[in-house]
Design a binder for this molecule. Structure first.
Ligand code: XIL
Length: 481
């Protein structure tokens, strides 16, 4: 059985969701109606990059051979998630025998198209080979750790982020009683993330799940878990909101929900967006789907730590939806003839509104994490340092913008802590510290900063009495403004 099949909603919940959506529809209808023609738009990836975000898709190896899909993917997306190729049933079909060929093909596509990779996934109850679920429970921890270590080491330096844990929760907020839980209890979650971090210290490590987009029992349980993990120094870096929506039924609390996770110092990402429509479609349902896409994109834009949006697949003709949810389809921005739909126009409009930012001051529609600071006068760079602290610990998100007219190829950002901070681990950069002096050097996938472009890295650390943020930065030895 594939994951992601929802238990049917009760009529009462369905009504609640519909009522809650009315305000959203009214607020976004105007923007969608005034959509600019599709052919005039820049690629989604450029529009997203202009806002400091990415726009991604899922691709399978099969998709790589379909020219219509690739014509879109090659130009529109700067992040890719392998649809199936990095899951356990593909990568370790029998104990200790690994197959990274299929996943490598997706990585090769990414590298050829200047896109990053969301590794998906390391630990999941589904698409898990039988040999794992039938192991004696005493062997599960060792096997899980070996699997994570081997796969994360194979892809070290090539993935931006890992969905280390996929879909761990039941709808009521309890943990799934899968083989990992049965063997290790809830401790498997932290163990998996620590193991992945040891293998690839620079990858951003996520928990990814569905039906956690709004505030509900499931997302509340995840929020509590995330708080506990951070307080225990577990290197959790982000929360993936799958966002497999039904047209017209987005949760109204999505923005607030994303912001509360961001306020913990975590990244959030929309990881598997689609918005299925009961077939046949009508102009009204396609329009509503556009409203839904605009809402998702706008919510991500409003949360500084929302790093990007990925659609699950390229087009309606190759989406997983019709095969998994009979009677539903048309869930993506492109129809089966690869033509952009109202959802595409709505996405372009949302990404185009309000001009672009090139790593300037980070402000959001919701609450912001404390401590955004920028550096002194100087060279062709601008740094935004956003800190989220708690007693004894903090995370820092650092956005480096290239304000010059030539590419930066290979970078080291230097700064000093005014306080007694100690970096414990970084992501998207190799972060080293000597005394108060910190150097953050690019990793392979973010070595280039295009003119007007940005890179975003971060780190977690500890502090005792002074957590004052650094006020000046150098890029490759030259001071930033
Ligand atoms: C889906 C794939 O798209 C299908 O091809 C496969 O048959 C089942 O899995 N949540 C996830 C994804 O995290 O990995 C799932 O992908 C969709 C639901």
């Amino acid at each position: 059985m594939t994951s992601g099949i929802r238990t049917p909603r009760t009529p009462r919940r369905r009504l609640g969701a519909l009522t809650a959506t009315v305000a959203v529809v009214a607020a976004t209808a105007l923007a969608v109606l005034s959509a600019t023609p599709a052919q005039a738009a820049s690629p989604l990836r450029s529009l997203a990059e202009g806002k400091g975000k990415y726009f991604g898709t899922a691709l399978t190896d099969g998709d790589l051979n379909i020219s219509g899909e690739m014509a879109i993917a090659n130009t529109q997306f700067d992040m890719v998630t392998p649809g199936n190729e990095m899951k356990w049933d593909t990568t370790e079909p029998s104990n200790g025998s690994y197959n990274f060929g299929p996943g490598d093909q997706i990585v090769n596509w990414a590298q050829a198209h200047n896109a990053r990779v969301r590794g998906h996934n390391l630990v999941w109850h589904s698409q898990l080979p039988n040999w794992v679920s039938s192991l004696p429970l005493t062997q599960v921890q060792g096997v899980m750790e070996s699997h994570i270590t081997t796969e994360a080491t194979h892809y070290k330096g090539k993935v931006y982020a890992w969905d280390v844990i996929n879909e761990p929760f039941n709808e009521d907020g309890s943990l799934r009683q899968d083989v990992f839980y049965k063997a290790m209890g809830s401790g498997y979650l932290a163990d998996a993330i620590r193991t992945a971090h040891t293998a690839d210290p620079n990858a951003k490590l996520y928990i990814n799940d569905y039906n956690i987009e709004g505030e509900n029992a499931k997302s509340n349980a995840l929020y509590t878990l995330a708080q506990q993990m951070l307080s225990q120094g577990v290197p959790l870096g982000g929360i993936g909101l799958e966002a497999h929506f039904i047209e017209g039924q987005l949760p109204s609390s999505m923005l607030a929900n994303m912001q509360r996770f961001a306020d913990l110092g975590l990244d959030v990402a929309i990881t598997e967006l689609d918005d299925r429509i009961q077939l046949p479609t009508s102009s009204a349902t396609l329009q509503q789907q556009g409203n839904d896409y605009a809402t998702v994109v706008n919510d991500c834009l409003a949360v500084t730590r929302c790093v990007g949006v990925s659609q699950w697949g390229v087009d309606d003709g190759h989406s997983w939806i019709p095969g998994t949810f009979p009677g539903y389809g048309a869930a993506t921005m492109y129809d089966s003839n690869y033509q952009p739909k109202p959802a595409y126009n709505a996405t372009v409009n949302a990404l185009s509104a309000g001009g672009t930012t090139t790593g300037g001051t980070t402000t959001t529609g919701g609450t912001t994490s404390a401590g955004g600071t920028t550096g002194g006068t100087g060279g062709n760079c601008h740094v935004t340092y956003t800190k989220n602290e708690w007693a004894g610990g903090f995370t820092a998100d650092v956005v480096v913008a290239n304000t010059g007219t030539t590419s930066v190829n290979g970078w080291t950002l230097g700064f000093s802590f005014p306080g007694d901070q100690k970096v414990t681990n970084g992501w998207n950069a190799t972060v080293t510290q000597s005394g108060n002096t910190v150097k953050a050097t690019n990793v392979s996938y973010d070595s280039t900063i295009a003119p007007g472009g940005t890179v975003d890295f971060g780190f977690q650390g500890t502090w005792t009495s002074n957590d004052t943020s650094p006020g000046s930065f150098t890029l490759n030895g030259t001071a930033c403004s």
